[in-house]
Design a binder for this molecule. Structure first.
Ligand SMILES: NC(=O)c1ccc[n+]([C@@H]2O[C@H](COP(=O)([O-])OP(=O)(O)OC[C@H]3O[C@@H](n4cnc5c(N)ncnc54)[C@H](O)[C@@H]3O)[C@@H](O)[C@H]2O)c1
Length: 264
């Protein structure tokens, strides 16, 4: 499968979890991948070894706008252009409470620093990376911005501040991006797993004792490859649910079933 031959995709949070699976899947489909994750993550080097020359590892903290610019410059220098951004990096409720689902933390129990840290890593990062890639995509009249958010229920679930609000803001941002980018050849869409996924973000084994029932990270790949491909030209302002994507169907039919309008 080389449908993405010649495309270069930035994937943030690529060292592990959904990001790692998406980076590997994009490379299998023929894309070059700029894989971003926090400095000091040995798994980013493991990803580079596993994926090979198509993967450029970029250790960086993308809460810093200068780092976002550096990533785009490095990707263009290595691969010639940037065609897509997968805004995937983020932090979950497990950072605040490993038993976040069975013993929820109420909003008044959070520190201001915990709230700000999640908003910075989940929401501000998506804006900063999109801001850094948009001009080059608009200039080449082709691009994809794909924000990973979460299920609507999670955004408003008791005990899910600040994760829920951080993802609701990311969802709203994707909707505005699609409108702001209308007519440029650059699209903005949302992709979500469609349920708790089998990654290190989901630590609460009291609530999730059987990990085989969680969404497997590989489910993200088929909708993502289609979204990055030329086949999805003109598709913008949509949210795609990976768990609802039927790989047995032609991609356009799977996309119609697995998607709805972004945001509300
Ligand atoms: N796991 C789930 O159930 C689930 C469900 C819905 C949505 N999501 C979303 O999917 C995305 C991926 O999550 P995951 O489950 O793979 O989690 P994960 O913790 O395995 O991976 C997230 C990665 O993002 C990186 N990251 C965080 N902040 C960063 C920063 N400032 N700069 C660079 N890298 C940074 C982390 O180091 C980590 O490698 C997140 O946006 C998450 O909110 C996850």
């Amino acid at each position: 499968m080389t449908v993405l031959h010649g495309k270069t995709v930035i994937v943030t949070g690529a060292a592990r979890g959904l990001g790692r699976a998406m980076a590997a899947g994009l490379a299998r489909a023929g894309a070059n991948v700029v894989g971003v994750d926090l400095p000091g993550q040995p798994e980013l080097d493991h990803a580079a070894k596993e994926i090979g020359a198509a993967f450029l590892p970029m250790p960086a903290n993308i809460t810093d706008a200068r780092e976002c610019a550096r990533i785009v410059d490095a990707g263009r220098a290595r691969f010639g252009a940037i065609h897509a951004l997968v805004n995937n990096a983020g932090v979950g409720m497990q950072l605040i409470n490993p038993h976040f689902a069975s013993e929820p933390t109420r909003f008044w129990q959070l520190t201001p620093e915990q709230y700000r840290n999640t908003m910075e890593n989940n929401t501000t990062t998506q804006f900063l990376m999109a801001r850094a890639v948009a001009p080059t995509m608009i200039a080449q009249q082709w691009g994809r911005i794909i924000n990973i958010t979460t299920s609507f229920g999670t955004m408003v679930m008791a005990g899910f501040t600040p994760y829920g609000p951080s993802k609701a803001a990311a969802e709203a941002t994707a909707s505005i991006m699609a409108k702001d980018l209308a007519g440029t050849g650059v699209t903005a869409n949302v992709l979500i797993p469609g349920g708790p996924a089998d990654t290190r973000m989901v630590t609460d084994d009291r609530s999730f004792p059987d990990r085989t029932r969680l969404v497997q990270p590989a489910k993200m790949v088929a909708p993502l490859v289609w979204l990055v491909s030329d086949e999805s030209n003109g598709v913008t302002g949509r949210r795609f649910i990976a768990q609802s994507w039927d790989e047995a169907l032609p991609a356009a039919a799977a996309a119609a079933i697995a998607s709805g309008p972004v945001a509300w």
